[in-house]
Design a protein around this ligand. Structure first.
Ligand code: GRF
Length: 196
């Protein structure tokens, strides 16, 4: 049984979708949810699901990224995860941290990478008059939002869409894609998954 730690920063809707999926004959189980903000609403959701939680406030380490990551590693290593899932996690991790979990750290990004790495992905797709948008699950590497793609899901951009309406449509697909990719990844299958 693979042990999965999930890192969040906010509401944790992707964390909830992942946790809910890890039941029955699924080859993985959630063992920890960590937030960089003690007030992250996802922490209460994880606790309500019986998942151990931890919070490491990045503001307590302002400017000292290495110290923040050392504090983050403590609960993570105690949980001995096989796989890390970044799910709405909004801190950039150093190459040193990423190297510790090389090949077993996933992230979901709300664009069809390699288009629109970084922030404000939906507004950028609208500004470019893209006909479609979507989300990507990828392996985390030192280069931001650029690791090997493990899955993508697409949605149409509709007339009158705003960043809010588009992000809501993409979020639904995130909640489908991420659990499907994690299940494959946890069973040792890294071939990319393209959801219709
Ligand atoms: C969402 O905008 C999602 O697209 C991105 O992170 C944000 C928060 O997600 N992955 P969550 O509800 O905290 O999972």
């Amino acid at each position: 049984m693979k042990r999965v730690a999930i890192l969040i920063s906010g509401g944790g809707s992707n964390m909830v979708a992942l946790a809910r999926s890890m039941t029955g004959d699924h080859p993985a189980r959630p063992v920890l949810v960590v937030a960089n903000d003690p007030a992250a609403a996802g922490l209460a959701k994880a606790a309500a699901m019986g998942i151990p939680t931890a919070a490491v406030d990045h503001r307590a380490y302002k400017g000292d990224r290495a110290a923040f990551e050392a504090a983050l590693l403590a609960p993570l290593e105690a949980a001995a995860p096989d796989i890390l899932c970044l799910a709405g996690f909004m801190r950039i991790l150093t190459p040193g941290f990423i190297a510790r979990f090389a090949g077993r750290m996933l992230n979901i990004h709300p664009s069809l990478l390699p288009k629109y790495p970084g922030l404000h992905t939906h507004q950028r797709a609208l500004d470019a008059h893209d006909a479609e948008a979507g989300c990507t699950v990828h392996e985390v590497t030192a280069e931001l939002d650029a690791g090997p793609i493990l899955g993508q899901a697409r949605v149409p951009v509709l007339p009158g869409d705003t960043a809010e309406t588009l992000s809501a449509r993409v979020l639904i697909e995130e909640h489908r894609l991420y659990p499907a990719v994690l299940r494959r990844f946890a069973s040792g299958n890294r071939t990319p998954l393209w959801l219709p």
